[in-house]
Ligand binder design. Structure first.
Ligand SMILES: NC(=O)c1ccc[n+]([C@@H]2O[C@H](COP(=O)([O-])OP(=O)(O)OC[C@H]3O[C@@H](n4cnc5c(N)ncnc54)[C@H](O)[C@@H]3O)[C@@H](O)[C@H]2O)c1
Ligand SMILES: O=P(O)(O)OC[C@H](O)CO
Length: 340
């Protein structure tokens, strides 16, 4: 059944998810805060800063007017960076109240809010009152906009406390190249998605330093151990971490040249400083902020996260990557079954 869907955030992921939705026959309004980007999307059907060599459907309508984008929307899909999710939700709430509508809220972003350490579904639930939303769903999993753009096979998860809402999102997005599984473990899905970005920075750094495949496999495996340790402490289902938004997303982000987190780590490993890496990327590198949030959360909960701590030391304490790797290797021997 055709839905009216507002996509908030016209970067790489928002614009390509909007394309999937149009492909599936839905009516889509894409909200951007950049008039230049909106003009380019509507007139040339391109989004050249974010996705190269791709032409969007002329059916894709972009607007800088948030109210216009969400009027009559059945679904509002947030795909802005984590650090502006609360800001955009604050802008949306009075508009929904004025319109008197109650759309399903979905988000496809991956991170934890700095300071509060909250997951994005928690941020959205705080900012958008229940009378203005029919539910909250998280769309997450191993997916790069560049590959979905060329309709390569991609599988992701729609997670919600309310399975009916997750199933609705599954129905809206599913097609022959984009397959959705449902999940009710919102905590595990959001935590897996957020924390894998930290490990991907480490995987990129290993590559940049010239380490081999053994080191990368070790980092991913022990990275998954500490991601799941923190997630489980917050009530996540351990099985979620062997699903699409756990090990699935960890694998793709730690190995794909499309990953901004991996690329950032690769450049750090090659000796570039973080400020230069961020400026040259020109797109969000979620793992940088999430590393700080995870480091603080782990300290609060007294959970050992040595890899996250090493990456935190590189990003925030100007420590040398090789030295941090040496410190990890010099830790006292452990039993794998302790999960420490
Ligand atoms: N790129 C991917 O392949 C991909 C895949 C899965 C998930 N994600 C997640 O999706 C989220 C967005 O990533 P992205 O790759 O699209 O980022 P991006 O850097 O490509 O684009 C972010 C967009 O948000 C816009 N934006 C920033 N502040 C805004 C505001 N206040 N109001 C409206 N728009 C604003 C920017 O102008 C930009 O267009 C991230 O959390 C990321 O982890 C990305
Ligand atoms: O490009 P990245 O590193 O932000 O990763 C994008 C997606 O999260 C991969 O699933």
């Amino acid at each position: 059944m055709t839905k009216k869907i507002a996509v908030l955030g016209a970067g790489s992921w928002g614009s390509i998810l909007a394309s999937v939705l149009i492909e599936n026959g839905h009516q889509v309004a894409l909200y951007s805060n950049s008039p230049e980007q909106v003009a380019e999307l509507n007139n040339k059907h391109t989004n050249s800063h974010y996705i190269q060599d791709y032409t969007y459907s002329p059916k894709l309508y972009a607007t800088v007017d948030l109210k216009e984008a969400v009027t009559d929307a059945d679904v509002v899909l947030f795909v802005v960076p984590t650090n502006v999710t609360r800001i955009v939700a604050k802008q949306l709430t009075p508009i929904l109240a004025e319109l008197g509508t109650k759309p399903l809220i979905v988000h496809a972003s991956k991170g934890l809010e700095l300071g509060s350490h909250k997951r994005l579904s928690e941020v959205l639930a705080e900012e958008i009152p229940s009378e203005n939303r029919s539910g909250i769903v998280v769309l997450s999993g191993p997916s790069h906009a560049e590959e979905v753009a060329r309709q390569d096979i991609t599988l992701v998860t729609a997670a919600s406390d309310d399975l009916a809402n997750a199933t609705l999102v599954q129905d809206i997005f599913m097609n022959d190249y984009f397959r959705i599984y449902t999940n009710t473990d919102v905590v595990g899905v959001e935590m897996g998605a957020a924390f894998k970005n930290i490990i991907a920075i480490g995987a990129g750094a290993l590559h940049g330093l010239g380490y081999g495949d053994d080191a990368k496999a070790a980092l991913m495996t022990r990275g998954l151990a500490e991601i799941s340790r923190l997630g489980i402490a917050f009530g996540a289902d351990p099985l979620t971490f062997i699903g699409l938004s756990g090990v699935g997303d960890l694998i793709v982000t730690c190995t794909s040249v499309h990953s901004r987190n991996w690329r950032a780590g690769n450049q750090l490993g090659q000796g570039k400083d973080l400020a230069t890496v961020k400026e040259e990327m020109g797109m969000v590198i979620e793992g940088v902020n999430t590393c700080q949030a995870a480091y603080e959360l782990a300290a609060q909960k007294n959970i050992e996260m040595p890899i996250t701590e090493a990456i935190y030391n590189v990003l925030y304490r100007d420590q040398d990557v090789k030295n941090e790797i040496a410190k990890l290797m010099q830790r006292e021997g452990r039993s794998e079954s302790d999960n420490k």
